[in-house]
Ligand binder design. Structure first.
Ligand code: NDP
Ligand code: 8X3
Length: 254
């Protein structure tokens, strides 16, 4: 059994990763997010389908470094060895021209997507030293490969994730830790609802007239990446819906 630690597992891609990996009966799941009630519901759902799957959930805001240190230190002893870290927690806030942007939105994105990912990684690496096949997977984005109108700070955070993935691959080479970036285009999750601060109608319109990716599509790819032999690492995977050619060029059925 390999222990996989998924950040932001309460929804979307993170929750789908937990469900897909649980169904494979090769993984134990260490899950965190701010909404513990959602994690508990997910745990119940997973264990109803896979009664033998071990799951441990805890509340964590990845922006809070001292809480990360404390929560990892206080893990039960049999959860202190981690094989795989999926740095998935992340969000976008607003979609505004840079001159109209809200600095509080900028702070939330930078603190979560960049600093949170760094803090979690730094404090998880010591827990990976006993692992025979350690692996870190970072959720980047098409927004880490291109910049689109009004995407400014979100795109900057995902470009930073892209750079950090490359940096981790170099710096962790000696430790034998694989590092992979998964970079999706449009995935229908809570992402757009969070970006548009609860405006469900606007969020729904993002996916109008096309078939977006689902969280499960990304989770299946992550499962494939994790199943490669020890000598094979997939560095970077850009994954788009067929109807999406770039950050902003999409084909919609009207
Ligand atoms: P969701 O909004 O559905 O899920 C985001 C997850 O991140 C939630 O579980 C949320 O949990 C968690 N999260 C957010 N902030 C924090 C925080 N401060 N501390 C801990 N957990 C946090 O979106 P997705 O599943 O789509 O997003 C997952 C990742 O995929 C993100 O990094 C996103 O940038 C990336 N991505 C998404 C794409 C898309 O089109 N959906 C495309 C490309 C990349 P909670 O609120 O409970 O804390
Ligand atoms: C999320 C995908 O295109 O909204 O990273 O930036 S996009």
């Amino acid at each position: 059994m390999r222990t996989v630690f998924i950040t932001g597992a309460s929804s979307g891609i993170g929750a789908a990763c937990a469900e897909v990996l649980a169904s494979e009966k090769k993984y134990r799941l260490l899950l965190c997010a701010r909404r513990l009630s959602k994690l508990t519901e997910l745990q119940k759902r997973i264990q109803a389908q896979n009664p033998d799957c071990e799951v441990f959930c805890f509340e964590l805001d990845v922006r809070d470094q001292s809480d990360i240190i404390q929560k990892l230190k206080n893990l039960p002893n049999d959860w202190k060895d981690i094989d795989i870290l999926i740095n998935n927690a992340g969000l976008s806030q607003g979609l505004d021209l840079i001159q109209n942007g809200d600095p509080d939105d900028w702070d939330r994105m930078i603190d979560t997507n960049v600093k949170g990912l760094l803090y979690v990684t730094k404090h998880t690496i010591p827990l990976m030293q006993e692992s025979t096949h350690p692996h870190i997977i970072n959720l980047g984005s098409i927004a880490g490969k291109e910049v689109y109108p009004s995407g400014n700070v979100y795109c900057a955070t995902k470009h930073a994730v892209d750079a950090l993935t490359k940096a981790m691959r170099i710096d962790l080479l000696e430790k034998g830790i694989k590092v992979t970036s998964i970079d999706p285009g449009m995935v229908e999750t809570e992402f757009s609802e969070v970006r548009f601060k609860g405006d469900k109608e606007r969020a729904k319109n993002v996916y109008n007239g096309l078939t977006p990716l689902s969280g499960k599509d990304i989770a299946d790819i992550i499962s494939f990446v994790l199943s490669r032999p020890a000598h094979v690492n997939i560095n970077d995977l850009l994954v788009m819906p067929t109807a999406q050619a770039s950050g902003t060029i999409v084909k919609r059925d009207t």
